[in-house]
Write a protein that binds this ligand. Structure first.
Ligand SMILES: Nc1ncnc2c1ncn2[C@@H]1O[C@H](COP(=O)(O)OP(=O)(O)OP(=O)(O)O)[C@@H](O)[C@H]1O
Ligand SMILES: Cc1cn([C@H]2C[C@H](O)[C@@H](COP(=O)(O)O)O2)c(=O)[nH]c1=O
Length: 253
């Protein structure tokens, strides 16, 4: 199903990558020098318990059911996947008016994390099946909400990311959690390679902090042109854009 009507909205950008890889640090540094600051949508760990709203209530339910597991694992990966997708849909709903007025929005993690983590839980010992399932989960997520226009994946050695996360959180990760992160890191990179149009990868193993910040700043700066209207992906007939209200017809493909 093809739809292509250009829109005056702002771009929706996500940052992805392992815990402690530096998504927040590098993105904050990158936007410091931008004249017009993007709206930053908090990562999950920044959302204090007690905040009101459906998204927070769903996240609280996942936290409780997973008994404090850093990856929100409660033993029912598909049910958790659907709740995580609902949270990310709720996140989009909360920024639609900002996108509509042309604001750049950066979400800390999006449905790619859901696809990677839940695919690994469904296929812990089968990397090929995990990649196919991550692709399929992303496809499912994209029927809940449009995918980001641009996804910035930050990569590094897992050991470096683990070290930073442990230092920041003053908490040791178990060897099982570190193994999960290693598998997630590999799967993030494989998933990114399947969609070079949406993904930009910044690899901290080959670029220093300053170059990484500069790359991210340029990508955010350049993300705002030629954006298509945002329509409900589940809507099969002609639909109006969620941002500008323009009618966007379904074209024969
Ligand atoms: N180049 C750097 N120099 C100094 N400190 C850094 C650098 N990169 C990251 N850090 C620090 O490492 C820690 C982890 O980085 P950050 O919080 O940005 O990771 P993250 O990818 O957002 O992780 P999470 O998904 O777990 O929230 C933070 O305390 C951050 O300040
Ligand atoms: C969105 C999302 C997150 N998680 C995990 C990843 C992290 O360990 C925690 C907290 O995320 P933060 O955004 O880095 O603070 O949640 C997940 O397992 N699945 C998801 O879809």
């Amino acid at each position: 199903m093809a739809r292509m009507t250009y829109c005056s909205r702002g771009p929706l950008i996500s940052t992805e990558g392992l815990n402690g890889v530096g998504k927040t640090y590098l993105t904050n540094r990158a936007v410091e020098a931008l004249a017009v600051k993007p709206l930053m949508l908090d990562e999950f760990s920044q959302r204090a318990n007690g905040r009101l709203g459906l998204g927070e209530a769903l996240l609280r339910a996942l936290r409780e059911a997973s008994g404090g597991d850093p990856f929100l694992r409660g033993g029912t990966p598909m049910a958790e996947a659907l709740i995580l997708m609902a949270i990310k849909r709720h996140d989009l709903d909360t920024v639609l008016t900002d996108l509509a007025r042309g604001q750049v929005v950066v979400e800390g993690r999006s449905v790619d994390t859901t696809a990677v983590c839940q695919a690994l839980l469904l296929h812990p010992d089968d990397p090929e099946a995990a990649l196919q399932t991550a692709i399929d989960l992303l496809d499912l997520a994209s029927s809940y909400r449009p995918l980001p226009d641009l996804t910035i994946l930050v990569t590094d050695d897992t050991s470096k990311a683990v070290e930073r996360a442990q230092r920041r959180d003053r908490r040791e990760l178990t060897s099982e959690q570190v193994d999960f992160m290693r598998d997630a890191g590999a799967l993030f990179e494989q998933l990114a390679a399947t969609d070079p149009v949406r993904y930009r990868v910044v690899d901290r193993r080959v670029v220093d902090e300053y170059a990484a910040v500069e790359q991210i700043r340029t990508w955010i700066n350049d993300a705002g042109s030629d954006l298509a209207c945002l329509v409900e992906p589940w809507q099969r007939s002609d639909a109006v854009c969620m941002c500008c209200g323009q009618l966007t017809p379904v074209e024969a493909s």
